[in-house]
Design a protein around this ligand. Sequence first.
Ligand SMILES: [Zn+2]
Ligand SMILES: [Zn+2]
Length: 138
Amino acid sequence: MVTPAPEGALCRDHPTVAAAWVCGRCGSFLCVTCERRTRPDAVPMCPACWDLRGRSVAPQTVSSGTGLQTAALVLGCIALLPVPVLQIISVVVNVVALVKAKHPPARNVRWRPITGLALTGVGLVITALVFSGAVFDS
Ligand SMILES: [Zn+2]
Ligand SMILES: [Zn+2]
């Protein structure tokens, strides 16, 4: 919603200049020099909110979040079951999750694929024991 500044309001950053708009995000007054818009008909924003917007938009396009790392950890837990197929899938997903975790926020949760790989290793030992036991029993 485009809100014109009330009569007599002054720009937050230029106390001698009359404000033209109310910032669409934080509600502070801004003059025409300060206004920032994504499109000519978009809601005007103050420079501070514009900077925040630029910063919050950029990381989202670079990183896909931490979903893959979380999935890798869950798979690592499931790979504790003595099913070789699960461990193969888990190793692949955990390695991919670890390789892709080069930038935040995924980098901050690198312990998830690392733990996932460790759990998968334990799962492989369990599988080996179960299968060797089955061979000895028969
Ligand atoms: Zn603002
Ligand atoms: Zn201004």
